[in-house]
Design a protein around this ligand. Structure first.
Ligand SMILES: Cc1cc2nc3c(=O)[nH]c(=O)nc-3n(C[C@H](O)[C@H](O)[C@H](O)COP(=O)(O)OP(=O)(O)OC[C@H]3O[C@@H](n4cnc5c(N)ncnc54)[C@H](O)[C@@H]3O)c2cc1C
Length: 423
């Protein structure tokens, strides 16, 4: 039987970052079920278009991480862009976030939103309960804002009843705004949020993956070899090809899948998620300029968001990603979805007589995990049990959370530091 000190599951951002920070001198092996590295950060090129698995734009809060990556991307042009994002509402484009830009709504709807917002915040009674995500939206923003944007948009995205989600299900990714900042924004716009600027490499998201992979010898990545089962007591992994004895196992596989592989007793019902069908579409000529992505709360449109790749490097043909949120068990007919999306794009005025010249589709499953009280409690409890066996589940899906690639790198760096400190 093969023995390895650190067995890493997944060659996405998290697995590669773990290996890179463990360092070449450590004994590790990465198992990757797919034939290619990158996980959800893969890039496809087709007919001159460069597309990611979904709109992957990057927001770095840790300058040293961004610098570390850039040092490993020689010759790669990376743009830092001031984002232009909007909400398509009532035939107009409202600046994002909706709750800070209600003054851009038609007059009667502005009054309705402002009235409901004011009394939600300053009403006479006791503070409204915020025991779940949906209640939080009503309690903090009032009925108008909640029902015109926050609820329909997030229902399209998460494909679930928002009352099942934890109040903080979106963490720092939810652009909270208090009453003074909303009123102030009517005169002095300040729509900065966690992603006021973003960076993007000309070669697509995979360039960041390649930067991490440059620190990992290719022979230490076993492509096309998936983890199937873990014997926690015996510290043995069964893969699709062999058995491997390990001292530690670091997994970035989706947490519910890992749990099934360990055979540990757990509450399966605590884990639900959505999937996202991403349609990348290339057209024969340019569309709108000066826009990077647009949110669509209108339930009549099949997509919840679209993004314009061609406005990052100002290329001359419209290049879109289109995202549709679906229940994890929903049937997907990609051709039918593409036809419906093209009709919706025409109805929304995104395309007119544009000709589709290239396309690509991918289903991300899981895409957004449903963060609930039960899921958080189960993940915390089970990760403690796993750690007692030298098994660490990290990453967006390993930790069953909502985060960015930078968060993945930070978490991997911290775990690698802990592991190398205690050999
Ligand atoms: C719609 C969408 C948009 C996003 N946009 C952004 C964005 O703009 N900016 C940003 O920073 N982040 C974005 N993200 C988040 C980003 O994609 C993730 O944080 C990141 O890709 C997660 O990397 P990971 O390595 O943890 O997981 P993954 O990318 O899922 O990698 C896990 C790897 O493990 C492999 N694997 C799974 N099971 C096994 C097994 N049993 N055996 C062997 N291998 C296995 C998989 O094949 C995969 O390669 C977005 C996510 C989604 C869903």
């Amino acid at each position: 039987m093969t023995h390895v000190s650190h067995l890493i599951v997944g060659a996405g951002i998290t697995g590669l970052a773990t290996a890179a920070f463990l360092g070449r001198q450590r004994d590790y092996l990465i198992l990757e079920g797919d034939q290619e590295i990158g996980g959800y950060c893969k890039t496809v090129t087709r007919d001159g278009f460069t597309w990611d698995y979904s709109g992957h734009f990057f927001h770095f809060k840790h300058p040293e991480i961004e610098a570390w990556l850039r040092q490993r991307m020689p010759g790669q042009e990376i743009r830092t862009v001031n984002k232009r994002s909007f909400i398509a509402y009532a035939g107009r484009m409202i600046d994002f976030p909706f709750q800070k830009n209600i003054h851009q709504l038609p007059g009667d709807e502005f009054v309705e939103c402002l009235h409901d917002l004011y009394f939600a915040r300053t009403g006479d009674g006791p503070p409204a309960v915020e025991s779940n995500f949906k209640e939080m939206l009503y309690a903090r923003y009032g009925r108008g804002i909640a029902e015109k944007f926050l609820i329909p948009y997030n229902e399209k995205l998460y494909a679930c009843d928002l009352a099942t989600l934890d109040r903080d299900a979106m963490g720092r990714f939810f652009p909270h705004a208090d009453l003074p900042s909303i009123i102030r924004n009517m005169r002095t716009p300040d729509n900065a949020s966690y992603n006021a600027t973003f960076t993007y490499p000309r070669g697509g998201a995979i360039q960041y993956v390649n930067a991490l992979a440059s620190e990992v010898p290719p022979e230490r990545i076993a492509l096309g070899e998936a983890l199937v089962e873990i014997d926690l007591a015996g510290k043995t992994a069964r893969t699709t090809k062999r058995r491997i004895h390990f001292d530690r196992l670091i997994s970035s596989a989706p947490f519910p899948h890992l749990m099934r592989m360990t055979g540990l007793d757990h509450d399966r019902g605590a884990f639900t998620w959505n999937k996202v069908l991403v349609l990348n579409l290339g057209f024969d000529r340019k569309g709108a300029r000066d826009v990077h992505w647009v949110y669509y709360p209108d339930r009549a449109r099949s997509f919840y968001r679209i993004g314009y790749y061609d406005n990052i490097f100002e290329s001359d043909r419209l290049s879109l990603y289109v995202e549709l949120g679906l229940a994890s068990d929903a049937a997907v007919d990609v051709d039918a979805a593409r036809q419906r999306v093209l009709g919706d794009l025409r109805a929304a005025g995104v395309i007119t007589d544009h000709q589709l010249v290239a396309h690509h589709a991918v289903v991300m499953n899981p895409a957004y995990v449903h963060i609930t009280r039960d899921s958080m409690a189960e993940v915390a409890r089970l990760r403690r049990v796993l750690a007692g066996h030298g098994v660490y589940s990290i990453g967006r899906y390993g930790a069953w959370t909502y985060c960015s690639i930078e968060d993945n790198i930070v978490e991997a760096r911290e775990l690698a530091a802990t592991l190398t400190a205690s050999p």
